[in-house]
Design a protein around this ligand. Sequence first.
Ligand code: UD1
Length: 421
Amino acid sequence: MDKIVITGGRALKGEIEISGAKNSAIKLMALCLLTDEPLELTNMPDLMDTRSMAQLLEHLGVKHARGPGARMTLHAPDLAHTEAPYDLVRKMRASFNVLGPILSREHKARVSLPGGCAIGARPVDLHLKAMESLGAKIDLVDGYVVATAKGGLKGAEITFPFVSVGATEHTMMAAVLAKGETVLYNAAREPEIIDLANCLNAMGAQIVGAGRSEIRINGVDKLSGVSHAVVPDRIEAGTYALAAATTGGKVRLANVRSDHLGALWPLIAQAGAKVTMDETGVVIERNPKSRLRPVDVETQAYPGFPTDLQAQFMAMCCLADGVSIIRENIFENRFMHCPELIRLGANIKVTGREAIVRGVKELRGAPVMATDLRASASLIAAGLAAHGETSISRVYHLDRGFEHIEVKLGNCGARIKRMKE
Ligand code: UD1
């Protein structure tokens, strides 16, 4: 197993190229199951999660290849299986989303209940209810969801009781080839939903309203192959922006959709960093000699502040001159980074869904453990700012979602290396 060792206390300076969005890429990959023509994805990140998805798709009969320039082609002329086994699905929760496309194409599917980051109970009840509304019969047998739709899926009106990114995307994927119209109410509005709809529409689907809470999908008979560029990763961009604000220095982020982080920029500015936008990038600048200011934040569905940046935001608040209150509204168990940040000298008290962060003057390096994907990123940011050596174990969490993190940060002057444990 690998660990990452950081000798911190240095400001970041340089430019970081942001990769394609992990959360978009893994769903886009599954779209190849909806057509017998090849699908090409560009700006594709090479991550553990995209590899896990490729492995699952390969099992289902998809031929895939990586090309130059972050390109991937996926082709499923026929499906070899309609089953997604536990060993392949447990690695990543989003792989559960193959259920809808398989069901839509083959009228039956058997998919293991998912795994993924341990940041809460994370059930899939909304996904299953949506599939039932589209006419599927669902049974739970030995840890598997067994779904059948004799005669195919049929359009329906579906109201989600609360916003779910995964359930919105999954229902869209299933409904594009269903007979008739599907209307989704209280749909998620994340940029990744728009990316998915753009790719599906280019393939011949008829989706209107992605990015708004009401989405209308007119079922079509067939989808074709296309080439589609994955949207830039707003969470990766936000992570590096927060790391730069935490350490101080000057970092330009290239290949960013700054409009996708509208909730973040004012808060970084409030904390004391200067944020400047240009056409394709964002510059984060802060004098490392000045103290950060405390900022309160609460996570919300898009366009609110993303839960996937909460841990990284907390790392920044640990060094602020005052008290920040951070509220997590999306997941019930997403403060696992707190005990690790405390090991670095942070002063954090968690009560229920709120963390009270009393800023300290400096953090000190220590051995810490990554507990989930985004928590790992917060430990990296804290380690970069901490004086002395921080070693982060279990970095496989990090490798699920951050492409070449030690190279990207190393190019900005960070003393960071990957080692065998
Ligand atoms: C996606 C993102 C994840 C992000 C999250 C919220 C991917 C691969 N992952 O996860 O990085 O943190 O959105 O922005 O895109 N829920 C249910 N029942 C369901 C579905 C969800 O109770 O059937 C709950 C979840 O446990 C959670 C909340 O709804 O508390 C929101 O989850 P959801 O938006 O579905 O997150 P994911 O799609 O899993």
